[in-house]
Write a protein that binds this ligand. Structure first.
Ligand code: GLC
Length: 598
């Protein structure tokens, strides 16, 4: 008996301790019950909210969208909302630094984007090959880019004084660009948001915004909510979404509509952020990521080169998703020229080869060391993203298709012929022309539509395990950037999305940055995979060396950019080590992957 009482006491203590710990969690203090039971939904009610396949079609066809994060905050910081050193209702962590709220909240008084030209923006979006734009009508800081009648904290109260959302909507309609409002339910400058009078004051305030944004600006094609760490009922999401769908028939919504729904699938599509995955294939998805290191204007930040953006677009399309590329306009109201130049090169590529991306779906060949595939009707597009070391052939090997091939055409001029042997499909390319293309594209015309068949795994290569090599580097910036840090992830991370969050970073003053793997025994390496941190695609010249049996290092590859998931084909000769040398870079070198496969 005594034992039982003790046990009970112990359990009670443990529970209360756990509860206390939970409470001390910043995000939990902002979560509370619904105002009344009508805010909670059943699975059936949730299902009413899903967009139909027909409504999703244009979005799946679009493949590329432009995200725009903007705000008066840029006058003082390049971190939108999170750069405000105030309370953050709904967020996971409290602020520890940033701009004093007194200063931050008054920046709008100086915001005057005189050169803003909505028509020009739309022309640019089109030139970049995008079909839609997602604009921050209101971010977490609460500043409204539209003529919100219930707050002073709006664009109408700036020296600029004109409704930006209105101009954007008019211009988008004229240009035929689809339009999404990004709207943050959490609002860090509203005194009642997620506080005592949330239901009394904040929710009606937010609902007025929603009504205005979806009834006064003509056709709106989508909404990008941003719930942070809150529950769906705190925003009465069911009724808000129902109303929105009534006002804008066919509108689609992202997944950030609050946690806690009865069914796991929230909204109409998933939104992995600053990574190309992970991907959940029963859902459509859109990877959103920044052209620089920040969502907001970041003039000193690194800019992704077009090669990187393009490779990301192709990988995302091959994995059945969209790319939402973010650009942060400056205080004058213009896109940053250097960023626009890279985006325009993507657009030029799309003009030439866009039919192999747009309107396609995830290809029958799952992404792998070869690259990615897309398909539409009975056409299958093989996008060979793999580059080759100077001592290898230009032949790509894939498993044989379960469908007969009628014909094969090179969309890029490098393709010479194909053959099918012993259960394999071989694509042959002209070596020199192959090296000139970032993406060597082959169109296969098939007897049947491949979407009726199961997807085919293509990644057969074995990663060389951590225990089989020693890793060293010329230097590392901080302890967490030691090269060992990038070998804690499992091998096959590139096939179906990339989600890597640790990197090797050499010291700034390191003049000859290098990362070396010494194999404990000879290895027949066929593929090397490299990747950089999503926020820092800064390598602009690099070499790969391999070590022979006499311990000599030989250069086998010279490339300009690495970006997100660069695959390099090696000839499979036995080697004793491999080394990456970065010869030129724009900002910090941050390598998230340097893996070898046999
Ligand atoms: C995050 C951030 C935000 C950014 C957004 C884009 O949730 O809070 O700053 O707007 O993601 O996906």
């Amino acid at each position: 008996m005594k034992k039982d009482t003790l046990l009970l006491l112990f359990i009670c203590l443990a529970i209360s301790n756990f509860a206390q710990k939970k409470k001390s969690n910043y995000k939990d203090q902002w979560q509370f019950a619904a105002k009344d039971s009508s805010f909670y939904v059943t699975a059936e009610q949730q299902k009413e909210l899903y967009a139909t396949d027909a409504e999703m079609k244009w979005f799946k066809d679009a493949k590329l969208g432009i995200f725009v994060h903007w705000g008066p905050a840029l006058l003082k910081t390049n971190v939108l909302s999170w750069g405000r050193n105030g309370e953050r209702p709904g967020a996971g962590k409290p602020a520890t630094n940033g701009v004093d709220p007194e200063i931050y909240d008054n920046l709008s008084k100086k915001f005057n984007p005189k050169n803003f030209d909505a028509d020009k923006w739309m022309q640019q979006v089109k030139d970049w090959g995008a079909e839609y734009i997602v604009f921050t009508a209101k971010h977490h800081d609460g500043f409204t880019f539209f003529d919100a009648k219930n707050t002073e904290y709006s664009i109408m109260n700036t020296p600029y004084g004109k409704d930006i959302c209105k101009q954007l909507a008019d211009a988008a309609h004229k240009a035929g660009v689809k339009l999404f409002w990004y709207y943050s339910q959490p609002d860090w400058s509203h005194p009642d948001n997620l506080r005592e009078k949330h239901y009394e004051n904040y929710l009606p305030y937010m609902k007025e915004h929603v009504k205005q944004l979806f009834t006064e600006y003509g056709k709106i094609d989508g909404v990008f909510w941003d719930h942070l760490a809150t529950k769906y009922w705190q925003w009465d999401s069911y009724h808000v979404l129902k109303d929105m769908k009534k006002w804008q028939p066919g509108i689609i919504s992202n997944a950030r509509v609050g946690f806690g729904w009865p069914l796991e699938d929230k909204g109409d599509y998933d939104t992995p952020e600053q990574s190309l995955g992970p991907v959940n294939h029963h859902r459509y998805w859109e990877a959103c990521l920044t052209m620089t290191d920040k969502w907001l204007y970041s003039p000193k930040g690194p800019i992704k080169p077009y090669e990187t953006v393009l490779s990301m677009l192709i990988q995302v399309a091959g994995n059945g998703g969209n790319l939402l590329l973010n650009l942060g306009p400056n205080g004058k109201g213009e896109f940053v020229e250097k960023e626009a130049i890279e985006a325009e090169k993507v657009g030029d590529w799309i003009k030439k080869y866009g039919n192999t991306i747009k309107n396609t779906r995830r290809g029958i060949y799952i992404g792998g060391d070869y690259g990615a595939s897309t398909q539409v009707g009975n056409k299958l597009y093989i996008h060979v993203l793999q580059q080759r070391a100077n001592n290898t052939d230009a032949i790509i090997e894939l498993p044989q298709l379960p469908i007969e091939i009628i014909s094969a055409t090179g969309i890029t001029d490098s393709f010479t012929k194909y053959d099918v042997k012993n259960g394999k499909l071989y694509l042959h390319f002209d070596k020199n022309k192959f090296d000139e293309n970032l993406d060597n594209i082959v169109e296969l015309t098939l007897v049947e539509n491949p979407s009726k068949f199961e997807r085919i795994e293509t990644w057969k290569a074995n990663p060389i395990a951590k225990k089989d090599f020693e890793v060293s580097s010329s230097s590392f910036a901080k302890a967490k950037n030691k090269p060992e840090a990038i070998y804690n992830t499992k091998g096959n991370v590139f096939s179906e999305g990339i989600h890597l969050k640790s990197w090797w970073e050499p010291k700034k003053e390191d003049k000859t940055p290098s990362l070396t793997l010494d194999f404990k025994s000879a290895k027949k390496v066929k593929t090397v995979l490299l990747s950089e941190n999503m926020r820092s695609h800064c390598t602009r010249d690099f070499t790969l060396e391999t070590k022979d049996k006499n311990g000599n290092w030989n250069t086998v590859y010279n490339g300009k950019t690495i970006g997100e998931g660069l695959r390099i084909k090696l000839n499979g000769d036995a080697i004793y080590g491999i080394r990456l040398n970065v010869l030129e870079n724009t900002k910090a070198i941050q390598i998230t992957a340097f893996n070898s496969y046999e």
